[in-house]
Design a protein around this ligand. Structure first.
Ligand SMILES: [Fe+2]
Length: 231
């Protein structure tokens, strides 16, 4: 199943109720749920099909719906010169927009075993991991430790600082994207440690989820991003 474009366009008609001269209609970009590049059950037994379906169809879809709503309100507030509402909308945009950004990466970070899921990274990313962390096993242990220790909901990331060409491990709370930790950070691999990502299968034992997810990590995708950023 191909990953289709996550962006569609539609047009809103806006009135001339501002102090500024405005066009009668403006094009407002909205976002839609991307298809998964595999079936919901294709990551079993590491991640159940039920989790994948709920996670994609309910959770990710809700972030997109609320992101689009907030963007529409933002657009209208700007047209009305309503700065108070513009400021008020920032947290909803960060949370729901971040949820869309992060989950769009997360689906590409996973792959069925028969399609290479869990196969260790090769070439330049493999060498960089050995250089920075000693071994892939050390990297996995460090990410699992940080992911398990993260309080509440959030993400644990393997990223690359594209200015320094250096790998980093970071965590972010809630739905904050990796770029909130630094403008030069590009995510290679993000693991969702919200309970909705594992509770139906692993109950409250987040470390078991973290231990098993590596069986379906798509290192090929992470390697492609790394090579693009560090070439
Ligand atoms: Fe999630």
């Amino acid at each position: 199943m191909a990953l289709r474009s996550s962006v569609t366009r539609r047009t809103l008609t806006l009135g001339l109720n501002s102090t500024r001269l405005l066009p009668l209609s403006r094009s407002l970009q909205t976002f839609s749920l991307p298809d998964l590049p595999y079936d919901y059950g294709a990551l079993e037994p590491a991640i159940s099909g039920e989790i994948m379906q709920l996670h994609h169809q309910k959770h990710h879809h809700t972030y997109i719906t609320n992101y689009n709503k907030a963007l529409e309100q933002l657009h209208e507030a700007i047209q009305k010169d309503d700065s108070s509402t513009v400021v008020k909308l920032q947290s909803a945009i960060k949370f729901n927009g971040g949820g869309h950004v992060n989950h769009s990466i997360f689906w590409k970070n996973l792959a069925p075993i028969r399609e290479g899921g869990g196969e260790p990274p090769k070439a330049s990313l493999g060498w960089a991991i050995d250089t920075h962390f000693g071994s892939l096993e050390s990297l996995i242990q460090k990410m699992n430790t940080e992911g398990a220790a993260l309080q509440g909901s959030g993400w644990v990331w393997l990223g690359v600082n594209k200015e320094l060409k250096k790998l980093v491990i970071e965590t972010t709370p809630n739905q904050d994207p990796l770029v909130t930790k630094g403008p030069h950070l590009v995510p290679l691999l993000g693991i969702d440690v919200w309970e909705h990502a594992y509770y139906l299968q692993y109950k409250n034992v987040r470390p078991d989820y973290l231990k098993n997810i590596w069986k379906v990590i798509n290192w090929k995708y992470a390697s492609e991003v790394y090579e693009k950023e560090c070439a």
